[in-house]
Design a protein around this ligand. Structure first.
Ligand code: AMP
Ligand code: GLY
Length: 430
């Protein structure tokens, strides 16, 4: 089997890692692979967003399955293009990818389908948005409607902050086209959970839930990032909660999309908040989460490839929960100094050769080779996943692994999993 992975971040490295275990005899290809993926696949030097060139390459190179990692190629129609050439591809169509690429579409869909989510309004006009914020008061959340690399949601604790955020999005286009329309929504309180469902458009195979750490600083402080670490399992996600997610979130969303003529086939990511009023959807994504994938896939007991092929070929998966491995997984992201703001690329990265073991995986994100040297080439550089019998052990091993990787300006959060650990120990971990 010949498998092409589109994308070159930590998530795609983890997908490559898992699919290689599922299909040791397959040949793997990846678009412009990072420094960790490059030695274990055949590089395809075509950018993930160049869907015309990629679909042509996949057709002439007899690719049996293409797995699309990032949202941008999905949002510009990579799946439609591949399918028009008779290729088998895992991911949603462009129309279905709007569940992530347009927050206003996704919120309207949830409203019509009766899916629990924060109360909201959508604006493209500054005065209307400001009036509504003044009427509602703070805290309130302002979101760019379009794609903003995980940084387009701003939780505002004062009306002034919300007004300034709206002005920067709608007035100064600080988020470019993504912020021409903003969704302003009610602030929800509770704990977040990332739930991934492999879906054929009707049925869902729900993967082990995980928890991301979106804020840059320890103790969940500072601005949002793409994600600084993740862990699984999460004890707040009982089977009852997952049953609620299936019947109140996934099923009505999929039914509504199918009824609109854009069934969602692929990986549907529900970012949920467990509130005192039950679960509510914070956001949907049309792809695997990053860095959650770096813990969810190591926790998956069975094949990922089998349901992916079934879904990509138009078959049905069983409504079920994926079996999880025993124990826990924690991943810690090492980021470039300055991230999520500006940062420098090109710093030499040193990873001890004995760091990787059966229970410690180094997934590369923003690395590349320059004159044969491994260097930084992104905000999130590598993620270190450790698995262990307990979450405390996995967290410690992940943190220790991260401390052994060096590059100029490197930083990481040493507290990944702190909520879960404080539940176990009865107090926060230091
Ligand atoms: P999003 O890009 O929509 O996932 O939002 C990024 C992060 O902002 C979420 O993971 C939450 O931590 C926070 N957030 C988003 N929407 C809300 C909300 N309505 N209430 C509270 N926090 C939110
Ligand atoms: N970790 C959040 C995301 O992938 O959107």
């Amino acid at each position: 089997m010949r498998i092409l992975i589109v994308g070159n971040g930590g998530r795609e490295h983890a997908l490559l890692w898992k699919l290689r275990r599922d299909a040791p005899g397959a040949s793997f290809f990846a678009t412009m692979p990072n420094g960790g993926m490059r030695p274990i696949c055949t590089p395809v030097e075509i950018a993930p967003g160049d869907i015309e060139a990629l679909s042509g390459w996949a057709a002439s190179n007899h690719i049996d399955l293409t797995v699309v990692g990032p949202e941008v190629p999905l949002a510009i129609g990579i799946v439609d293009r591949f399918e028009s050439k008779g290729l088998t591809v895992f991911g949603p169509s462009q129309a279905a990818a709007r569940i992530e690429s347009s927050k206003s579409y996704s919120k309207d869909l949830m409203r019509h389908a009766g899916v629990p989510t924060a109360d909201y309004r959508t604006f493209s006009n500054l005065a209307g948005a400001e009036d509504w914020v003044r009427e509602r008061g703070a805290p309130i959340v302002v979101k760019a409607s379009g794609l903003a690399a995980g940084k387009g949601a701003v939780v505002c604790f004062t009306v002034e902050e919300a007004v300034n955020t709206i002005r920067s999005m709608l007035g100064d286009l600080a988020f470019g086209e993504a912020g021409r329309e903003v969704v302003i929504e009610e602030f929800l309180q509770g704990e977040e959970l990332s739930v991934f469902a492999l879906t054929d458009g009707v049925n869902c195979l729900i993967l082990p839930p995980s928890q991301d750490h979106k804020q840059v600083g320890e103790g969940d402080t500072g601005p949002n990032t793409g994600g600084m670490g993740a862990y699984a399992p999460v004890s707040i996600s009982s089977d009852a909660l997952l049953a609620e997610a299936r019947t109140r979130v996934f099923e009505p969303t999929l039914r509504a999309m199918a009824a609109e003529g854009c069934p969602f086939r692929g990986l549907l990511y529900a970012g949920l908040m467990k509130t005192n009023d039950g679960i509510k959807v914070i956001e949907f994504n049309c792809r695997f989460g990053d860095p959650e994938t770096q813990v969810v896939l190591p926790m998956m007991h069975d094949s990922l490839l089998d349901p992916m092929v079934t879904i990509a070929e138009g078959g049905r998966v069983k409504d079920s929960l994926a079996r999880a491995q025993a124990g826990a997984a924690v991943t810690t992201v090492l980021a470039s100094g300055g991230y999520p703001g500006g940062y420098e690329n090109g710093h030499a990265v040193s990873i001890p050769s004995n760091l990787e073991t059966d229970s410690c995986m180094v997934f590369h994100a923003g690395t590349s080779f320059e004159d044969g040297r491994l260097v930084t080439s992104g905000g999130r550089v590598v993620t270190v996943t450790a698995t262990a019998p307990t979450l405390a052990e996995a967290a410690q091993a992940s943190r220790e692994g991260a401390s052994r990787i060096t590059f100029e300006g490197a930083f990481y959060r040493g507290d990944i999993g702190w909520r879960e650990l404080s539940r176990h120990d009865g107090g926060p971990v230091g």
